[in-house]
Design a protein around this ligand. Structure first.
Ligand code: SF4
Length: 289
């Protein structure tokens, strides 16, 4: 099976890459927002964001002081050692990148100091019979994570209820998730599944559409409607409120329609690695097929 040392090393590198290098799809979307913007304040915000991204990459330093909580999505053959190796990688990355130690006990607020502790980091495992192991990391800052929302709609509310809820979420969040944001939407499953789907949607490349034509239409329509809100970069007004809208779905109970929203800030950090059985590792800033 996969070597725990290789997994640990991979996680350290994934976190360094994600924190210090904004993926090209996100950079391109920010540049496009600049090209389309007319408002001087919005332009200055976008200019500052892009200068910050460049400085982070040049110095290989985190692009934001909130390095987030690293959320992992792993696909491959299950091995009990995978989770332990990921934990070791997170602890080392906290020291070596460095990452801000953000993980605390929810009640005592005691900080573990290494981004670990009960339930940390979240690892969503998807079993697969393929020989390789895919690891994706999505460091999630509190500014955007705090505006996550779940609503159990009635099936009768359907597509229009989903759109209304998503717009409400973006309006309520306002400037606080550091727009322009990326909107992840999880539809269906159980309540917990919808939340995971919303987060998983954030891994997709910006500009991609769901293969389900209904969902693809919804993604496109919401992208246009949300960008008409005028919130703009950092909520100071402007044409670009969201860089993308991406939705994922799962079957649900006939009497339910769970919908979850996960917002990601302009610092939409993500990184991907594929570990082969012979120990080779391929890194990417774009999700593997
Ligand atoms: S929401 Fe994003 S950009 Fe804003 S402070 Fe948090 S991690 Fe940084």
């Amino acid at each position: 099976m996969y070597s725990p040392t290789v997994i640990e090393e991979t996680v350290v590198r994934l976190l360094r890459e994600a924190e210090c290098r904004l993926p090209p799809d996100v950079v391109r979307s920010l540049e496009k927002a600049m090209d389309e913007e007319k408002d001087e304040i919005a332009l200055s915000q976008l200019r500052t964001i892009l200068a910050n991204v460049k400085a982070a990459t040049n110095g290989m330093l985190p692009m934001c002081q909130d390095t987030g909580l690293p959320v992992f999505f792993v696909r491959g053959r299950y091995d009990i050692k995978i989770e332990g190796a990921i934990k070791k990688g997170v602890s080392r990355a906290t020291e070596e990148v460095p990452l801000r130690p953000n993980a605390v006990d929810p009640l005592s607020r005691h900080n573990s100091g290494d981004n670990l502790g009960a339930g940390m980091p979240p690892v969503h495992f998807e079993p697969s019979s393929e020989e390789h192991l895919d690891i994706a990391v999505l460091p999630k800052g509190a500014g955007s994570e705090n505006w996550s929302a779940l609503r159990m709609l009635t099936p009768a509310e359907g597509m229009s209820g989903i759109r209304k809820f998503v717009i409400e979420c973006v309006v309520n969040a306002g400037s606080r998730p550091c727009p322009p944001t990326i909107v992840g939407i999880g539809i269906g499953g159980t309540a917990d599944m919808a939340c995971v789907l919303a987060k998983k949607a954030l891994l997709r490349p910006l500009g991609s559409f769901n293969s389900d034509p209904f969902l693809a239409d919804m993604e496109g329509d919401l992208y246009h409607d949300l960008n008409k809100l005028g919130l703009g970069p950092m909520g100071l007004g402007g044409r670009t409120t969201v860089l993308g809208v991406m939705a994922e779905k799962a079957n649900c109970h006939t009497a339910s329609l769970p919908v979850a929203v996960s917002l990601n800030c302009w610092a939409a950090r993500k990184a991907f690695a594929r570990i082969y059985a012979d120990g080779r590792v391929r890194f990417s800033q774009v999700m593997f097929e």
